[in-house]
Design a protein around this ligand. Sequence first.
Ligand SMILES: NC(=O)c1ccc[n+]([C@@H]2O[C@H](COP(=O)([O-])OP(=O)(O)OC[C@H]3O[C@@H](n4cnc5c(N)ncnc54)[C@H](O)[C@@H]3O)[C@@H](O)[C@H]2O)c1
Length: 432
Amino acid sequence: MTITFIGHGYVGLVTACVFADFGNDVWVIGHTDEKLERLKKGDPIIYEPGLAELLKKNIKAGRLRFTKSYNPAIKKSEIVFITVGTPPKKDGHADLSAVFKVAEKIGKNLGNHYTIVSCKSTVPVGTNNKVKEIIDKVKPNNAKVDVASCPEFLKEGTALSDTINPDRVVVGSDSKEAINKLLELHQPLGGKRVVTDLTSAELIKYTSNAMLATKISFANLISFYCEKTGANVETVLDAVGLDKRIGRIFMNPGVGYGGSCLPKDIKALIQTGKDIEIDTSMLESIDNINAQAQKYFIQKILQNAPGKNVAVWGLAFKPNTDDIRFAPSLIIIQALLSKGYKITAYDSQAMKNVRKVLGNKIKYANSANEAIKNKDALIIVTEWNEFKQIDLNKVKKLLKKEYVFDGRNIYQPEKMRKLGFKYFSIGRKSVL
Ligand SMILES: NC(=O)c1ccc[n+]([C@@H]2O[C@H](COP(=O)([O-])OP(=O)(O)OC[C@H]3O[C@@H](n4cnc5c(N)ncnc54)[C@H](O)[C@@H]3O)[C@@H](O)[C@H]2O)c1
């Protein structure tokens, strides 16, 4: 098939590469010359394991083209995917301006044949119908178009395998022809198929992200109980999670969720709920608990760190990505800077992006060990694998004061006690 993706971020670029690799003829439309030039040369712009290799392979095979122009990509395409960003507005609603802008351009450039326009961007209920209205107003008379919602569920860090082997492929449309064509395109992918209407497909994505955020905030709420009562949150959640109706996966206490999806999608769901006069207090609590988890961790550092010269390990919002959008690290670092802390940070992929935000307000180290040399404390914010089994005897020697604040519970308190650390983690007794 000939297909087009508009937007080449974490969703657009990954899915374009995967569908090109299955033998489709894929166009990717962007709006920034510099980024498009880099992509044409096989530089993926973002960090995602395995992406650079897949990108180069499919450019070389002639199956993947990058362009700023909607013509001829849209005219030739049977399916056009919208994968532009839907960032939060100040009031929490999703900013859909990029979606509507590209919808108009798609409409104007449609060929005189049947085309499906499908939104992979996360958009509130009703957006795809608006996309259809916009396209219908400007499309050529002979062009026949259907809209569909194919929400994307990939996770940054494992985006390629998630795309190839998802838990489910959701296809929502009011057109049977569009559904059949989209199922045909997705045929090589794993996972269950969910065929539904446009509105349900749009809501499935927000419901998924709200449930994931709920699991994290619930784990954090229980960690607050544990800290006040002396219980161990990991033991409590392990036992609770053994109940098959509940499960343990994603119920992780820590410094809260960040990234480009959960924070904005919870806020957008709250706002659209308010618009249709639904009581959204449960969702608001989830969002508030997330902010509290970050606040409590910062307080723990301010109350217990023996000095203000500290190291931070992990800046990306999660391991295996360079994405720092709404990353807890930025909130924690900014709070500490405002209290006069000096910070040296280390992250194998995300330092370049953090430098764009914080510049030389903090120092950047070339390795985990370099970051902690002579520091008053180590603060762990992102649980990259390289920190999990690092030589802790060496860590103790390099630090000036043997204080570790672990925002992701990657070490065992008993082991830290034996090694002689002062160790503060989440929802577990501190080692003093
Ligand atoms: N990142 C994820 O893990 C993930 C997972 C599932 C769904 N989503 C959703 O998918 C959408 C995209 O997310 P992302 O993380 O890929 O975002 P991103 O910011 O990485 O990428 C967005 C892309 O859209 C492009 N773009 C913006 N305006 C444009 C315009 N007018 N014309 C052409 N291109 C334009 C940008 O240049 C960029 O390439 C969002 O709605 C997001 O919520 C993201």
